[in-house]
Design a protein around this ligand. Structure first.
Ligand code: ZN
Length: 285
């Protein structure tokens, strides 16, 4: 069933655990996320990347993902991820997205505030909510680069940002990067603790692909309630195609191949959801 992001985040914060948010580019990925969530009885977020939404037939993918989410037995929220264009935000909301990630992190501070405020107003008209980002989560770059560039989220600024924008969730930059980590990942947990004290809304962590479970646990105990996964599921999709396509080429068994791909991606989703739930099982230190 389609579910507002807020109720998923509230439930996660209470346990505490993190809601798994998975970027889906294909129907196999979306079905894998939905099936795994049902098997685990876990609410999840399906993320639609802005690139996929902008692509030809992006609105068809959005409609399909919303349909898969709506038919699911567990709560699912569809969110348009990393978007800075208000017109695309509006279209996604009309197609059934329940949340937006309004990305103004590369903009000057006041422009980021203005973008997120406009997104919040737009979302409110559709009973949807907005996640925003402060500090810049780099991609495929060295973590040291983000630290040097002052791109980590500042707790005082974050407090001002959230109260002025009305964002319901804040993506933090605490050493996490999009894509694969080139250096062993490290998270600034002191900064996370300061953010948790200053920011009343849910915190999210992007760039979980390759983060070891111990860091995931620490982030959840430190107050992260939503974790985004993209790269890992794309890697898994390609690995599954490479592995299973040759055996299915004889007889052109496309449906059987699709099932193998779904199973393979689902296994990865399952291990991530298990890690995100464990926060609830670990005794606070
Ligand atoms: Zn992200």
């Amino acid at each position: 069933v389609l579910t507002p992001l807020g109720s998923l985040l509230d439930a996660a914060r209470e346990r505490p655990a993190a809601v798994g948010a998975f970027t889906v580019y294909t129907l196999e990925q979306a079905v894998a996320v939905a099936r795994t969530a049902e098997r685990r009885d876990a609410g999840v977020v399906m993320l639609l990347s802005d690139a996929a939404f902008r692509a030809p037939n992006g609105d068809l993918l959005a409609a399909a993902v919303v349909a898969i989410a709506a038919r699911s037995r567990v709560p699912v929220c569809v969110q348009l991820d990393h978007v800075s264009d208000l017109e695309r935000m509006r279209r996604a909301l009309e197609l059934g997205a329940g949340a937006l990630m309004a990305d103004g992190a590369r903009l000057p501070y006041e422009e980021n505030v203005a973008l997120v405020r406009a997104a919040v107003e737009l979302a409110r008209a559709h009973d949807a909510v907005v996640e925003a980002e402060l500090g810049h989560i780099t991609g495929d770059e060295e973590i040291a680069h983000a630290v040097a560039a002052g791109a980590l989220t500042d707790p005082d600024q974050a407090s001002d940002f959230v109260s002025r924008t009305g964002a319901s969730c804040l993506a933090v930059s605490i050493g996490n990067v999009h894509g694969r980590y080139r250096e062993p990942p490290a998270l600034d947990l002191e900064r996370l603790a300061a953010l948790r004290r200053r920011v009343p809304v849910a915190l999210s962590l992007h760039g979980a692909s390759g983060l070891p479970d111990a860091l995931i646990d620490a982030a959840i105990r430190g107050g992260v309630a939503k974790i985004n996964v993209n790269t890992e599921l794309r890697e898994q999709w390609f690995a599954a195609v490479a592995h299973h396509a040759p055996a299915h080429r004889d007889g052109l068994r496309l449906l059987a191949l699709q099932e193998r791909i779904v199973d393979s991606v689902a296994a990865r989703v399952d291990s991530r959801l298990a890690a995100f739930e464990r926060g609830a099982a670990v005794e606070p230190a």
